[in-house]
Design a protein around this ligand. Structure first.
Ligand code: UDP
Length: 257
């Protein structure tokens, strides 16, 4: 655990990193070099709301080496807590920088998650982009194949394990197998594999600049609307926490919002 040296802002009990995208990747390099095994979480407001209603997930969040602000709602909330986060730090923005570093440093990367086609296509595309990167992967619908996949990861001995099983599955996976896999850096990356495969498009720059990537995702993947229903709840909790002095503490008051 490295949260001691990491500058953070505590949002609803979750310590979010204040580092920018570039600083985050430099921090990850240090973590890989330090020889431990660390879990990085990229979390948006939906993830925070999940952690506030799931004690196991909440504890995993507390043990993570870093929780990055992967959502404009987190950046917004940080201002109410008096320590402003300067930008979103997403899996989609950090991982290309990390893969470039990995290629230069000779670090190997294992990519776990997404459908078999998507995982394969992502590996193919990344091999073209980073020809000298030692790369392997497996899809994320493993059923009873899990022991074989764990063995495959252990044999490959990656420096970096990118897990794209969605939240909270990927965080539960990392927490469960961190001890036995002993990979220096393990990051939950949500839908990034689909973006690398080209099966899901990232929001155009315009939406990203307008800080409305969430809106683009809602319109392009309407099935997500249900998940986004928690956003007003998140905003209300932040205001209640910071403006009305009613601190959210897990788990006592999660039923009241
Ligand atoms: N996924 C997977 N195995 C599962 C469930 C999901 O590999 O059992 C993959 C899914 O194919 C997709 C990713 O996990 O590639 C979830 O992407 P999403 O954008 O929903 O991530 P989130 O927003 O939940 O972080």
């Amino acid at each position: 655990m490295n949260q001691g040296i990491l500058p953070t802002v505590n949002i609803l009990g979750i310590p979010f990193s204040l580092y920018t995208t570039k600083e985050t990747v430099s921090y990850w390099k240090l973590l890989i070099q330090s020889g431990g095994s660390e879990h990085i979480i990229t979390a948006n407001p939906e993830a925070v709301m999940m952690a506030l209603t799931d004690e196991r997930l909440y504890k995993i969040f507390q043990r993570a080496a870093q929780i990055t602000p992967d959502g404009i709602g987190i950046v917004w909330a940080s201002k109410y807590y008096g320590r402003s986060i300067s930008e979103r730090v997403t899996g989609a923005d950090t991982t290309p920088l990390l893969l470039k570093e990995a290629e230069q440093e000779g670090w190997s990367v294992f990519i776990l998650g997404a459908s078999p086609e998507s995982n394969q296509k992502a590996l193919d595309n990344l091999k073209i982009q980073y020809p000298n990167l030692r790369l392997a992967g497996h899809h994320g619908y493993f059923g009873d194949q899990l022991p074989l996949i764990l063995e495959q990861i252990r044999t490959f001995r990656p420096h970096i394990l990118l897990v794209g099983l969605g939240m909270p599955k990927q965080e539960l996976f990392i927490a469960e197998y961190q001890e036995q896999l002993q990979v220096p850096l393990m990051i939950g990356i949500g839908g990034c594999i689909d973006i690398w495969a080209g099966t899901v498009k990232r929001a155009p720059r315009l939406f990203q600049n307008l800080r409305a990537e969430w809106f683009y995702r809602l319109v392009s993947q309407p099935s997500r609307w249900r998940r986004q229903l928690v956003l007003p709840q998140f905003a209300w909790k932040v205001l209640r926490d910071t403006r009305f002095g009613k601190r959210t503490r897990w788990p006592e008051d999660t039923s009241r919002s």
